[in-house]
Design a binder for this molecule. Structure first.
Ligand SMILES: NC(=O)c1ccc[n+]([C@@H]2O[C@H](COP(=O)([O-])OP(=O)(O)OC[C@H]3O[C@@H](n4cnc5c(N)ncnc54)[C@H](O)[C@@H]3O)[C@@H](O)[C@H]2O)c1
Length: 319
């Protein structure tokens, strides 16, 4: 399968590329950043900007993909610092991707939405088809991206589908999301022995371990269209509080000092999201099942986190 991935140098793409390469997909990446050393051989890397229609269109024309996996975005916390840029990348960029797909006959566009597409005041567990009134620029652009994709599906026959990811955890560098505190507990806990978390101890949002998230992408991407009753699906795995994550980190890094000092801006973003997602439609329609709960995730993650910290002495300092 020929697939073009946007934004594959990020937290998700870095782990997804080897999986897709291993199953024999022919991959082209379009990303602002240069090809990283970790990129598997055989992947064509195009350095380009999705806010520029010409660059997207040229990359799609050259690669002639059957599918586009659209990952490039400005995430929630960063998006609130640079809302105009978030609009350009997440909204105009998504439009350019859909338009290039239409122009060059791409069959499927896969969209990575988020729990941030929901707004405050919803009853947990939050279902697939509730009223979506997000209060962040990131959330606004993701809901609009979902709707725009559905418009392209209806108007032009594009196969548009995707998932709403919870906060994602892996042994990787966080990309500026509001759930990044979970990763920094591990990274700073290992390299400095301490971390002050930027949300309160009782903060609860949905999380997912990256291997489950990547499997969801691949399974939904490959699911027969006839089975899908929606284009965008909630997927869920666990909803620990920040303190529950910290307790697991403490069990695995003896002596680590983890504390909580809520940052008003990021706490407000987190508080506007669902605490628990209802993913029953994904389970019924295409057989989605998570594998990892909090304990299972931490057991698998710990050695990988240790390796990340040991082999990357110049890891960025968290915000
Ligand atoms: N990481 C999470 O916890 C999480 C949660 C929910 C949804 N998502 C969604 O999953 C997708 C991937 O997230 P991620 O964590 O890998 O993000 P990331 O921030 O780690 O990576 C984003 C990538 O997009 C690229 N990019 C940014 N602007 C670009 C532009 N103008 N042109 C081309 N490339 C550009 C960046 O260089 C980077 O490689 C995003 O759409 C995000 O909204 C992520």
């Amino acid at each position: 399968m020929k697939i073009l991935l946007t934004g594959a140098a990020g937290q998700v793409g870095t782990d997804l590329l080897p999986l897709l390469t291993a199953r024999g997909d022919s991959l082209t990446v379009l990303d602002l950043t240069p090809r990283p050393a970790t990129c598997p051989a055989g992947v064509t890397w195009v350095r380009g900007d999705i806010t520029l229609a010409q660059e997207v269109s040229e990359a799609v024309k050259q690669a002639q993909p059957e599918r586009i996996l659209h990952l490039a975005a400005i995430l929630s916390a960063t998006g609130e610092s640079v809302p105009h840029r978030a609009w350009r990348v997440n909204m105009e960029g998504t439009h350019h991707v859909l338009e290039a797909a239409r122009l060059f006959g791409v069959k499927q566009v896969f969209f990575t939405s988020t729990i941030a597409a929901f707004g405050p005041g919803l009853t947990d567990p939050v279902g697939n088809d509730v009223s979506m009134r997000p209060t962040t620029m990131y959330g606004v652009t993701k809901v609009a991206g979902e709707l725009l994709g559905e418009y392209y599906q209806k108007a032009f026959g594009l196969d548009f589908r995707g998932v709403r990811f919870p906060g994602l955890i892996n042994a990787g560098i966080p990309g500026g999301g509001t759930t990044d505190y979970a990763l920094w507990m591990f990274i700073d806990g290992l390299r400095t022995g301490a971390y002050e978390c930027f949300v309160s101890a009782g903060s609860r949002v949905p999380f997912m371990y990256m291997p489950d998230a990547l499997r969801a992408v691949i399974e939904l991407m490959d699911a027969p269209k006839s089975k899908l009753t929606r284009s965008i699906y909630n997927i869920a795995a666990m909803s620990p509080t920040a303190e529950e994550i910290a307790a697991e980190v403490r069990r695995n890094i003896p002596g680590v000092r983890l504390s909580f000092k809520s940052d008003a801006r990021r706490q407000a973003i987190l508080d506007s999201w669902p605490h628990v997602l209802d993913d029953s439609l994904a389970r019924t329609d295409w057989g989605w099942r998570n594998t990892y709960d909090l304990k299972g995730m931490v057991a698998d993650l710990m050695p990988k986190m240790r390796r990340l910290v040991e082999t990357n002495r110049d890891l960025p300092v968290h915000a």
